[in-house]
Design a protein around this ligand. Sequence first.
Ligand SMILES: [Zn+2]
Length: 301
Amino acid sequence: MNEPWRDYLRLGLNHHLLFPASFESIEVHRHSLPEVLSYPEFEVIDMFLANDAKIGMEEAELVISSTREPIYNCPLMIGPARNPHSPDPAIRRDTLEEVIAHLLRAHEIGARKAVIASGVNPGEALFAEQTAYFVDYVIALCQAVPGMEVLIEPFDRSIGKNLLIGSTMEAADVVRRVQERGQPNSGLLIDMGHIPLMGETFAGALQAAKPYVRHIHLGSCVMSNPANPLYGDMHPPWGYEDGENDVPELIEFLRQLFEIGYLGGESKPTVTLEMRPYPDMSERQSVDIFLGKLDEAWRAL
Ligand SMILES: [Zn+2]
């Protein structure tokens, strides 16, 4: 491909995975956000606001005054007393309220897309019942913030997160059911690093997601070595030891994005790098390598 990727897509960077210590430390979260917002190559930032009123407000102002489009990644609802499809109605209600609060904050900082996921996989016997609860949950989120595109990110049911949803096919089926009940503002986010863990191929996952895909995460995962510290769904960088994805896989994934028409159409869709830094390298040095690999893959298309 001779034309630059910038002519085809709006590139994003995931803040919290480039600075994974920000999951545990609100101070790291606050101090690393301006750095990510200052990187000139990115038009989009995948992020969430710190769970602290004052710091969250400061961060909101930073995002609003930047020229970046925020895509709000809601935290996973898998902690104690949080599950979007729990059999316990009180847990379902509390989870819904918490995520609506995130969506309202997302709306305030100008996000037009927000990412959600299902909760813990309850096992085959409860799949149908809990999927029905999850459909109701997504409908309630879409109704609560009608201007927001609510995107479900499918996760694995294997060695990583083990969530209810699930295969890409099942995620697409949830969106179809939500849309049939009158909520067009629902869709899918497909993560390149989740696909090997889900036992799917890039072509298979993207074909299943095709009618609904509205955002993309680029990254990798580790499946072959349980002793690796990033074994499972830990968002290692491309080309990381024991990892599944590097430039050859990126070439194939980008090819499939053109194949389903996500890339190459009239508008420039969003695509976000969602990886940790390389061991013993700074965040900025790691981002330079990500961009170099993206350039290399793009030239090979
Ligand atoms: Zn992701």
